[in-house]
Design a protein around this ligand. Structure first.
Ligand code: ADP
Ligand code: MG
Length: 292
């Protein structure tokens, strides 16, 4: 590649809202075989809404929301914001809170209104030895429908299953099809459980899913997906994505994402959706094929 053709390619890309922070990334991208996408905020909007609250026998909706939302008010996870918004819109007064802890990749815990309240994934309940009992089936059903399903436990007893829905961005499906048309394999990496992830993958046409990944596991997931000799690009938006963006052969950050993600990436997309990824690959191919 001549410096001039790289400059022209970089300029063309910039006009399309794709910023190559290094000329090297333009070259690297043309030999990438696998694109791994973060789910939340990259494929999906990243602004979930509470859609379901299914109570265990003997629990009251407003009482459970008052405790659960009080705990979640202390969390920065988008799931937490969805739960707090739902409680406020139902006019529920949040309980007093103490001893908040966030268990990364699992959920949250605190003393709320004097009770020990846990909110999180099924693996959090397993870890704490809490049996989901009759609500296990409701949780599985939500996950199969692409919702993130959480359990709330109060003083060691399952009180509710909460369903949270994070819609797929309108451009995701067509962008993933365009990446396939360019001969790329498209994978998804997420902390969500397998059933939820598979439903989103089916909705968007993704080939391969790596689910249940803890935040510090994304780098290892990339190495698994890369297999032998394939170059891999990773697309992400969150603080959790920064190590994977730095580790991938080409790290691509969604421009509406967090600063840490943007600083760790080789390529930054001005738009908030995956069309920019398609443009990045197209410009890279065109630039490199002119030279060969
Ligand atoms: P992701 O970015 O894919 O959501 P995380 O590692 O942040 O991955 O979270 C993994 C899982 O842990 C979530 O799907 C959810 O089940 C649970 N979790 C994380 N934070 C919270 C929270 N504040 N409240 C309830 N559950 C949570
Ligand atoms: Mg994300």
């Amino acid at each position: 590649a001549t410096p001039t053709s790289i400059m022209v390619g970089t300029g063309r890309a910039a006009e399309m809202g794709v910023l190559f922070r290094k000329g090297d990334a333009l070259q690297q991208l043309s030999s990438v075989g696998v694109v791994a996408l973060d789910k939340t905020g990259t494929i999906t909007e990243g602004h979930p809404e509470l859609t379901d609250l299914i109570l265990a026998d003997g629990f009251d909706r407003a009482d459970v929301l008052a405790l659960v939302a009080a705990v979640e008010e202390n969390s920065e996870h988008p799931i937490a914001a969805a739960i707090v918004r739902a409680a406020r819109s139902e006019g529920v007064a949040l309980a007093d809170i103490a001893d908040f802890t966030s268990i990364t990749g699992y959920g949250v815990r605190a003393l709320a209104g004097g009770a020990d309240v846990l909110v999180g994934a099924d693996r959090l309940m397993q870890r704490e030895g809490i049996d989901p009992g009759a609500l296990a089936e409701a949780e599985a059903d939500l996950a199969r429908r692409g919702r993130t399903a959480l359990f709330a436990a109060i003083d060691g007893r399952i009180a509710a299953v909460i369903g949270v829905s994070d819609p797929v961005k309108p451009a995701s499906r067509a962008a993933i099809a365009a990446l396939h048309a360019q001969g790329l394999k498209v994978a998804m990496i997420t902390g969500d459980k397998r059933e939820t992830a598979e439903a989103i993958a089916a909705e968007t046409g993704i080939d391969q899913v790596v689910a249940g990944v803890l935040p510090d596991g994304k780098v290892a997931a990339l190495d698994t997906l890369r297999g032998s000799g394939q170059k891999i690009a990773f697309v992400g938006d969150g603080i959790n994505d920064a190590p994977a963006l730095a580790h991938a052969d080409v790290g691509i950050a969604i421009g509406t994402g967090t600063d840490v993600a943007i600083e760790s990436a080789d390529v930054v997309l001005m738009s908030g959706d995956l069309r920019g990824v398609v443009n990045a690959f197209e410009v890279s191919r065109r630039t490199m094929s002119n030279i060969r």
